[in-house]
Write a new protein. Sequence first.
Length: 788
Amino acid sequence: MSKKIVQVYDRPAGGWGALKSVAEQIFQQGIPGKGARTLLSANQPDGFDCPGCAWPDQDHTSTFEFCENGAKAVAAESTARRATPELISKHTVQWLSEQTDFWLEGQGRLTQPMQYDRATDKYQVIEWAQAFDLIAKRLNALASPNDAIFYTSGRTSNEAAFLYQLFVREFGTNNFPDCSNMCHEPSGFAMKAAIGVGKGTVLLSDFEVADAILIFGQNPGTNHPRMLGELRAASKRGASIVSFNPLRERGLEKFQNPQNMVEMIGDQSTSISSDYFQVKIGGDLATVKGMIKCVLEADLAAQQAGKARIIDLDFIAQHTANFDSFAADVMAEPWDVVLRESGLERAQIQRAADIYIGAGKVIACWGMGITQHKHSVATIQMIVNLLLLRGNIGRPGAGPCPVRGHSNVQGDRTMGIYEKPSPAFLDRLGQVFDFAPPREDGYDTVGAIQAMLDESNKVFFAMGGNFATATPDTDLTHRALQNCALTVHVATKLNRSHLICGREALILPCLGRTEIDIQETGPQAVSVEDSMSMVHLSSGINAPASSNLLSEPMIVARMAAATLKGRSKTDWMWLAADYDRIRDKIAEVFDDFADFNSKVKVPGGFHLRNTASERNWVTANKKANFYAHPVPTDLPIHQARQSRTSPVFNLGTMRSHDQYNTTIYGMNDRYRGVFGERRVLFINKEDIAELGMKVGDWVDLESLCDDKIQRQAKRFMLVEYNIPRGCLAAYFPETNNLIPLSSFADFARTPTSKSIPVVVMPHTASQNSSESKAVSKPQMASDAVSHV
Ligand SMILES: Nc1nc2c(c(=O)[nH]1)N[C@H]1C(S)=C(S)[C@@H](COP(=O)(O)OP(=O)(O)OC[C@H]3O[C@@H](n4cnc5c(=O)[nH]c(N)nc54)[C@H](O)[C@@H]3O)O[C@H]1N2
Ligand SMILES: Nc1nc2c(c(=O)[nH]1)N[C@H]1C(S)=C(S)[C@@H](COP(=O)(O)OP(=O)(O)OC[C@H]3O[C@@H](n4cnc5c(=O)[nH]c(N)nc54)[C@H](O)[C@@H]3O)O[C@H]1N2
Ligand SMILES: [Mo]
């Protein structure tokens, strides 16, 4: 091997490395020339919305904002490569499923609808009309509409999502598992109860005036690179940026802005975090509760000294409920519990609290490091408590900012992709379309997998995404999908979900966001909502990858027309012929979308009303609520440690720099100094010694859960990393088989992908199911070096 797998990366995030990486990606996708033009049209007022992440754009009108990972996402969609029917039908599904996810993705764009033939174990071409007839037939043969399950991934546009939820509800079910269930579900749940809205309250302009920005459990250098632009500007004007993360993440430390010629040519960079606290995995609730203890102590001292109060008494009195009982609970929480569970020193928590107290306006951001735990809802409510103490919600420069993942995951929820719809929404939908919507709650992601396991012969339909790979308990989930009568995937690229077939299976190829979408009335635009509730249009500029692709709205319309023939009063084909008509219907159903068509055509789009940002609390008691939560000391990790004498680790699964969720663009994780290998395990130096192992050793992981099912993931290379003792990190989805289906967040049911109790064992070769479905094939590293 010529290149070392583990190398020290001491450069800032961004910089020339980012430009080089994009150039490589454009080359790999075979699109020089055309690639550049496509990239320049991302996030422009008359271009398409970047399918990368949900971070907003400056006005959606500013000059091109360079983003390495956005560029990779665009390049992946506009690839010159094609997964042709010849290629797919040449191989058995068995053979295809032995290839890595990287290989599957690398075959390029899907071009034709394909149907699985069980007799030959091969996919073969099917005409669109026949595909819709088959779906209609199988759906209508079900004993109950609730035997059908409709998954959504977060790239689906508002127009497609709206039609999709309408079709599914006219068909008769609320079975809408979606990627949100695995992502920011706890944010929505926690904030709805606390402040009456499940979305963030801040805008980009708030980042320009905040005095302090707290970042919990997020890796923006990789997952929201454009956020580094806001953080860089905030850092330059002297705002405090405080990161809470078990791992030292380069993007949270230093950034070289590829758009800034002075920084690039002079090889300068900007420091991002002013303070960096390496909490233990799952230690954020304890940390924030400790900070609140410090704030309350400082407030008491100020009161006794006759000085100005630290907490905002007026705000608390006028706008909130439960403060007294909450404060009493905080003061009763012992410091030793706070320190043990956070993994921080008392002085560090005091320092974080002092920054909070010293800042007039504070924004708190968070990502998957907060949401994917058993106690995620409680942690988020603790962050909201911290903000409420000093009135840091509903004024400029302050507020909660859950940073969403998929580019339209927030919009899909707004459009009604939700398994627990409100009665008011269903009433209105029923009135506008003249039908009786189903009232029973549907399945979320975990519930859907369980239901498919419990009962065979269901129909599973996926609007995008990669359900088989993104979900927990891989072996079990695969069995669940194989237990179905029919599995259908609307997709742009081949992925593993297409190879985990029900008795019958279909792949339906669709247009991507970068492509021109022409319907009967001419070219169409779709709309999306970003993480800060800005809604704007997106129109593709590339010729479609194949002339036989349908748009997602058209796929829904044709499926609905076929399935609901003679039953539906909705004119599906008329709606899909002109997306303005869909938008008019959206405006009829949602008050916030009044005049949708005219508002969305203004460059930059419009902002959806957020009641909490107006200090209008749409909660049961019309107040913002403080919630008391104990620092948890009886989580699965605590239980697992009690039952064992040998070391039990808490494993967090995360993204590398070269992946988009289950899509693997490349094998490097540049900022963490890992090259050419994904089967790595980040671990503290002292833990390696305690295990009696050394850097570069290959190990197997087994997760601990009291359900007696053995869950393993095999062959990971030990990489020494700056991470607290007892904590491990590895990439998703190689580790998904370790997450028990029964392990999810309280209330929100989000799989606990960031806290899995595991034991580490020397690697032994054996034919393990999750290894044989290798996402990335293992290789031996004889020349690994340590890396901190
Ligand atoms: N390029 C690219 N962009 C993406 C994606 C992608 O895969 N690739 N995915 C998109 C999606 S859907 C999402 S949801 C977002 C995800 O974006 P992020 O939220 O950044 O996701 P992760 O990489 O899973 O993990 C985030 C961080 O959590 C830290 N962490 C782990 N456990 C803990 C903990 O207990 N406490 C704290 N404080 N930190 C912890 C990890 O060290 C890591 O730095 O990005 C979106 N954007
Ligand atoms: N262990 C672990 N598991 C996790 C996570 C974790 O941190 N750790 N994160 C979770 C999170 S936050 C999320 S959001 C989920 C993601 O779960 P999903 O959203 O289901 O997965 P993706 O990998 O984003 O989906 C990729 C596929 O989408 C298809 N696709 C791409 N663009 C389009 C399009 O425009 N239209 C259609 N129809 N299809 C398209 C392509 O075929 C591609 O293969 O994974 C979750 N799983
Ligand atoms: Mo996500």
